[in-house]
Design a protein around this ligand. Structure first.
Ligand SMILES: *[C@@H]1O[C@H](CO)[C@@H](O)[C@H](O)[C@H]1NC(C)=O
Ligand SMILES: *[C@@H]1O[C@H](CO)[C@@H](O)[C@H](O)[C@H]1NC(C)=O
Ligand SMILES: *[C@@H]1O[C@H](CO)[C@@H](O)[C@H](O)[C@H]1NC(C)=O
Length: 387
């Protein structure tokens, strides 16, 4: 034997160390998923989840390239270990049918789940078509939902054509959403990009979102939300609200939205509340470093939101809005009024701050409109502040 003694055992020890430190991988194809999208792969994903969730060491659930038809799947925790990574290379495809509003891909009570890469396709076309005909149709399934969860990462995911919201973070904490791309056509209904509610310490960093509804919507009970480097359009903008739908409602607190670009959207930075009594509130919001390109309502607060068939049109909103600052917001408005604060007569907006604003309409300074709104302006403010 030319090989010196001792190398083989050393190699074996090395290989053992490698494999014992590597996470266990569950490949959905080896568990029966069909990468040609011919059969329902939900059961294979469920099997992978059950195994991963039951593992006492970190695991990876791998979805290789291909199109995987998934009827719907709910992944329930708590799990044994705190690390389950979905490594998605392929596309998960939803049914085109829309009989109910059940969430499509849902995680509940999980801790330490990461979703890396991949595409999810909600196939919402038929439902939007139903809605646009004014027929009675269900609201639709949300595509990806994290409920009652913590330490979640969603990174590099592409979500297209959801039936209802694309991504929802609900009753969760410590969630990072980064490098996601979300798209649905401008005519699609209720296809909000990312919806956050009842959650704290959520960060959304680097997202490209274009949908038929809000790019990001922020519901009651959201605190410590950080939104950075989001481009939005088409869509209805980044919206805190609708709030004040309930008499007793958790507030929205400590939200920062920074370095955003809005292109051709209905709204830019919006806060909206329903008409009607409510103990909800908005407190401590910073909107900064935003570029508006031909946006209908670049800066807007409306406290009398009351779409069809509701008895709220004649009621004042009880939601109190305080400490909202707008700093370094520039660009073009698609309508003459670029800044509007339409606050509630019974609970006026206070502590609104405007600093370094330059919004034009057809190359001239746009207008501002204030109703029950109080605060201060500093630096250059165009249109001139009406606070
Ligand atoms: C999860 O697995 C890692 C690696 O084996 C281990 O260090 C950790 O203690 C486990 N956590 C739990 C909660 O079991
Ligand atoms: C506000 O939220 C940010 C994260 O967006 C966090 O770092 C900061 O500590 C929060 N402030 C308070 C007072 O909780
Ligand atoms: C804005 O949107 C229009 C229409 O989609 C597109 O042609 C244009 O390149 C976009 N501009 C920027 C700066 O993204």
């Amino acid at each position: 034997m030319a090989r010196p003694n001792g190398v083989l055992p050393l190699l074996l020890v090395f290989a053992f160390c490698l494999s014992s430190s590597a996470d266990t991988v569950y490949d959905v194809v080896s568990l029966g998923a069909s990468p040609l999208g011919q059969t329902d792969s939900a059961e294979a994903v469920r099997k992978a989840w059950t195994a991963a969730c039951d593992s006492s060491t970190p695991t990876i659930i791998r979805v290789p390239t291909g199109r995987f038809f998934i009827s719907s799947v709910e992944m329930q925790g708590p799990c044994k270990n705190v690390s389950v990574t979905f490594q998605i290379e392929g596309t998960l495809v939803a049914p085109t049918t829309y009989a109910d509003n059940d969430d499509w891909i849902k995680f509940d009570h999980v801790d330490g789940v990461s979703l890396m890469g991949g595409t999810i396709d909600g196939q919402g076309e038929a439902l939007w078509d139903c809605k646009s005909k004014g027929l009675s149709c269900p609201l639709g399934s949300r595509s990806l939902v994290f409920l009652n969860s913590r330490n979640v990462i969603i990174s590099g995911l592409t979500s297209v054509n959801s039936k209802f919201f694309h991504i929802a973070i609900d009753a969760s904490e410590s969630v990072l959403v980064q490098n996601v791309k979300i798209s649905a056509p401008v005519y699609s209904h209720n296809t909000d990009g990312i919806h956050v509610q009842g959650s704290r310490d959520v960060k959304i960093i680097k997202a490209q979102i274009g949908t038929g509804d809000d790019c990001i919507s922020i519901g009651p009970g959201t605190s410590n939300l950080w939104v950075e480097q989001v481009s939005c359009g088409p869509g209805h903008g980044i919206s805190i609200g609708s709030l004040g739908n309930d008499l007793q409602e958790e507030g929205v607190q400590n939200v920062t939205v920074t370095m955003t670009v809005f292109n051709g959207t209905q709204n830019g930075l919006r806060i909206k509340t329903w008409g009607g009594a409510s103990d909800g509130f908005v407190k401590g919001v910073v909107f900064e470093h935003a570029t508006m390109l031909n946006v209908e309502n670049p800066i807007i607060i409306t406290q009398s939101y009351c779409p069809n068939r509701r008895r709220c049109s004649d009621q004042n909103s009880g939601v109190k809005i305080t400490e909202v600052t707008y700093n370094d917001i520039k660009g073009s408005s698609a309508t003459p009024v670029a800044v509007q604060f339409r606050c509630s007569p019974s609970s006026p907006c206070s502590g609104i701050g405007l600093e370094n604003i330059k919004l034009t309409y057809e190359n001239f300074p746009a207008n501002a409109y204030c109703q029950n709104a109080y605060g201060s302006a500093s630096g250059f403010v165009i249109p001139p502040s009406c606070l």
